[in-house]
Design a protein around this ligand. Sequence first.
Ligand code: SF4
Ligand code: SF4
Length: 289
Amino acid sequence: MMNNFTSNIHYFRRISQVLAIGLIIIIPFSNLLGIHWVSGTLYSMSFGSLDFSDPSLILQTLVLVKKISLPFFISGIIPLLLAMFLGKVFCSWICPFHLLSEWAYKLIKKIKKISSTANKNPKRNFNLVIFFGLLLFIFLSEVPIFSLVSLPGIISSQVADLVIIRTLGIEIFIIILVLLLEMFSLSRFWCKYACPVGLSLGLTKFKNSLSIVCDSSKCGKCPQRKQNPCKTACSFNLNPKELGIYPVCNNCIECVSVCNENNGALQLTFNLVKKTNIRNKNNNHNKGE
Ligand code: SF4
Ligand code: SF4
């Protein structure tokens, strides 16, 4: 059952991403028709009386205004809890920019005929330094940089503007610029290191969060080991066989899906006991090498 799910993950994820874009388009139309059960953008959205807000915006408000209303604070709790337990699944399953960025990356790889670029997992604290550096910048400059560069927020508000006031703002050029820079640099750097939404969600990871672990004894017997299909599957150029994929990894599970077609060494688990067992097994395996 789980194997079937992971094998078809790419299709499930695409359906979810397309549905999310559909929702972003339907909301302003339904609001125009006087239906307000669901409203808002990916900055902040309401389903009936349930509100969800981007946690990075809540932090930004706290830094800029030094106070925050209780309902606004609570609206950031569900996205944070979701990220704490499931990882950055908002990014891999919902964010419209992620889909555009994945397509742009695929296209440029095809044009340049590149199967995979060199992958060394990034330093763990790199994202932490960027995030708190940006917060310090907001504090000192009083510029709300998080809302200005939140690409999911920009895309959804631009769609709403297009539907309601039939116009697009200058913000659309930020999306185009980031996509072009990603294509030229052959790197999905925005989602890895720059997006305030992804950076804030990545900070919530703890030891029992849903994570990818590699059973290296199984991996060692993989018939495709030299081709590294799992590394090639990762559009962030992470190496899921080694430690250090978090907080960049957004649990898109593309690597696990590819691995399942081979030796099934990559596994997705919440289970701390299982993680520890696999790690111990790997250590013993490495010692025996
Ligand atoms: S990191 Fe930001 S732009 Fe990238 S997928 Fe996540 S929310 Fe979207
Ligand atoms: S390491 Fe795997 S799950 Fe993480 S982003 Fe890369 S392909 Fe997706």
